[in-house]
Design a protein around this ligand. Structure first.
Ligand code: NAI
Ligand code: MG
Length: 335
């Protein structure tokens, strides 16, 4: 029995997680889904965006599926809290082109790995003055977390048979924080040269441009929290948008798997959310749980439905509903 926490959240988060669970129920694996609350609706009910009970449940299960939430002004972010509480230090965002999807590039296959616990997302902010005219955010970078994420990136390169790891930073301006991040990266890189992995680095501003003009050059990208957040959304835009972008938050003990997109209030309730990002996140979860037979099978089913382009949601130019696209994927799975 594999215990999975499911955090449905708000808006299309609830719609895509239902699609994801429907797919998992088609496998011969034995899952025990434990539902937990977080997000805006949770706040209205419980006066907290992330109850202690949710953290407790998520800590106890090896994997959590997170739909998406609507953020609540002035309240803490449930996903950032979960990442911190569970020490999920690596955020993985694969960037892959899919046949049949109308996108800027059709030949991309790289992965962005983002440090997930510190940087500008440490959530240490304050006002300097009573009038609240000067606001300060602290950007925490430690050698320990920087080396840990660099090592994770090189190990990922090896396990995925990739050849190059690129560090992204802004050490010409942020000399101490990003200086430390870059130095830690090359410290780790030293022990991977003999394994045939190339290491290089770019400033984040140049990187934003290179992603647009020569994204084929990249293999594994490793960067700090905020830069990774921004660059990975840019990268998602190169291969067909947020409806197709999965992610994983990985720690030593457990993982949280979530689509990159949010609760999409503009389409919530219409039943037209693209379930692909969620289902691809599920394939990452299955890999994490060492169930790669099913992750490969599900990925293949998604690829077929996308390349046929007959039963796809409106964001991909189709007219199908979330449920119809999910059923088409299930049909492929059962072939
Ligand atoms: P969003 O990702 O929810 O939506 C951006 C655009 O992409 C919208 O036009 C939406 O319709 C479209 N879209 C997103 N996912 C889609 C899907 N699966 N299928 C088809 N179209 C899709 O970002 P937005 O609008 O900036 O934020 C809405 C809310 O979500 C906010 O409260 C935001 O804070 C929250 N949010 C939550 C995240 C999370 O839970 N991890 C991540 C990002 C935003
Ligand atoms: Mg983001």
């Amino acid at each position: 029995m594999i215990k999975i926490t499911t955090i449905h959240g708000d808006g299309i988060g609830k719609e895509v997680i239902d699609a994801g669970i429907a797919i998992l129920e088609e496998t011969d694996l034995n899952f025990d889904f434990i539902k937990a609350e977080a997000g805006y609706e949770c706040f209205q009910k419980n006066e907290t965006t992330i109850p202690e009970e949710t953290l407790k449940i998520a800590k106890k299960t090896p994997a959590t599926l997170f739909g998406a939430i609507t953020s609540t002004p002035n309240e803490k972010s449930p996903i950032i809290t979960l990442r911190k509480e569970l020490d999920l230090f690596a955020n993985l965002r694969p960037v892959k082109s899919f046949e049949g999807v109308n996108s800027l590039y059709n030949d991309l296959d790289f992965i962005i790995i983002r440090e997930n616990t510190e940087g500008l997302y440490s959530q240490i902010e304050s006002f300097e003055d009573k009038e609240e005219t000067i606001a300060i955010a602290e950007r925490v970078i430690t050698k320990k977390a920087s080396q840990r994420i660099a090592k994770f990136a090189f190990e990922k390169a090896i396990s995925d048979n990739r050849k190059k790891v690129t560090c992204v930073h802004k050490s010409n301006v942020l000399k101490k924080t990003d200086g430390l991040f870059k130095k830690s990266f090359y410290n780790i890189a030293n022990s991977y040269f003999s394994k045939g992995i190339i290491a290089n680095d770019y400033y984040v501003d140049a990187m934003a441009m290179y992603l647009a003009i020569k994204p084929q050059e990249f293999d594994v990208i490793v960067t700090t929290n905020l830069f990774g957040d921004i660059l990975s959304d840019e990268a998602a835009g190169l291969v067909g948008g947020l409806g197709l972008a999965p992610s994983a938050n990985i720690g030593d003990k457990n993982g949280i798997f979530e689509p990159v997109h949010g609760s999409a209030p503009d389409i919530a309730g219409k039943g037209i959310a693209n379930p692909t990002a969620m289902i691809l996140s599920i394939t990452m979860m299955l890999d994490f749980l060492d169930e790669s037979y099913w992750s490969k099978k599900i990925e293949l089913a998604i690829k077929t439905v996308l390349s046929d382009a007959k039963v796809v949601t409106p964001d991909l130019g189709g007219t199908s509903k979330t449920i119809e696209m999910t059923k088409a994927i299930i049909e492929e799975l059962n072939k």
